[in-house]
Design a protein around this ligand. Structure first.
Ligand SMILES: NC(=O)c1ccc[n+]([C@@H]2O[C@H](COP(=O)([O-])OP(=O)(O)OC[C@H]3O[C@@H](n4cnc5c(N)ncnc54)[C@H](OP(=O)(O)O)[C@@H]3O)[C@@H](O)[C@H]2O)c1
Length: 281
């Protein structure tokens, strides 16, 4: 049986780590895209000793640095002929407004734009692998306040949850766009909400949000449980017809009405293409 080649971001912690472990147990060749290679190598050792899978590779990739994303894609293009699964899992929420290396608002940069560039750079490999692209979104997309005249949160007061919700809405827009644009080329895309999961997520929040997270923590599910919908989407057979959809608890689910807005979806695509253009090739 041919080996399944899977690329995953954000596997050094939480949901991504459990996803990587589960797919390593299924003998996938795993490419771990990590911003911190020491953490990546430690994860590789854990996966190899826990699963006996030796096909684990660490690639440096900071999603808040588009040059680093392009370099990571270059390494994959030189190492691989095809990719079967790409899991865009890395993400986070930021208490105050921060900027990425390229000057983009950090929530937008890490949760959306870095992954957008990664996919664009990897398209030839994804097409050859008839790939599934899995985007880890969130129910927080319902809090989105997209303003295409101020995606960088310069003209309005920054709100951590609104910026995060908007980035997670963009994960759903992106998923639908990928399904529409590349479905005929054999690439399918899925978005998902993992549940309310006890991970590193939100640990750097401050003030009232920090208190809320602390109060919610005892009721959160484990990272292992939180990884189940991602793992399902990676392993399930016959789900191509559901490409473009948003999943919860391993089932297609309704997203917000805003997430079905075609104008917003197309605007995000065009704008993202403009922003990453200097980093293509
Ligand atoms: N936890 C929840 O309740 C929940 C709910 C809905 C959606 N989600 C989504 O689930 C995904 C996984 O989050 P998690 O809960 O597992 O959180 P987590 O434990 O904080 O893991 C986040 C992962 O993203 C990586 N990451 C962060 N910034 C990065 C960057 N600039 N470049 C590359 N990698 C970066 C982190 O790497 P380091 O180890 O280097 O920090 C880590 O591996 C995220 O997209 C999150 O938005 C989580």
């Amino acid at each position: 049986m041919p080996i399944t080649t899977t690329v995953i971001t954000g596997a050094t912690s939480g949901i991504g780590r459990e996803t990587a472990m589960a797919l390593a147990r299924k003998d996938h060749a795993l490419y771990l895209l990590v911003r911190d290679t020491e953490r990546g190598e430690a994860l590789k050792r854990d996966i190899t000793s826990g699963t006996k899978n030796k096909n684990i590779y660490v690639v440096q990739c900071d999603l808040a640095d588009l040059e680093s994303v392009r370099n990571a894609a270059g390494i994959l293009k030189r190492s691989l002929l095809s990719i079967n699964i790409l899991i865009n899992n890395a993400g986070g929420i930021f208490a105050g407004r921060e900027e990425s290396k390229d000057g983009f608002e950090m929530t937008f940069a890490v949760n959306h734009l870095g992954h957008f560039l990664l996919v664009q750079c990897l398209l030839p490999l994804l097409e050859k692998g008839q790939a599934r692209i899995i985007n880890v979104s969130s129910e927080a997309h319902r809090m989105a306040k997209p303003n295409f005249n101020d995606l960088q949160w310069i003209k309005r007061p920054y709100s951590a949850w609104k910026a995060y919700g908007t980035a997670k809405l963009f994960n759903i827009y992106f998923t639908r766009s990928l399904a529409i644009k590349y479905g005929k080329k054999g690439i399918n895309a899925f978005a998902l909400h993992p549940g309310l999961v006890n991970t590193g997520f939100g640990t750097k929040l401050s003030g009232f949000s920090k208190l809320l997270m602390a109060l919610a923590r005892p009721f959160m599910i484990s990272a292992e449980n939180g990884a189940q919908t991602t793992i399902y989407l990676a392993l399930a057979t016959r789900i191509d017809a559901k490409s473009g959809k948003y999943f919860k608890s391993r089932q297609p689910a309704d997203s917000s009405v805003a997430a079905t807005n075609e104008l917003g979806r197309d605007r995000l695509w065009d704008l993202s293409m403009e922003l990453i253009e200097p980093f293509l090739n």
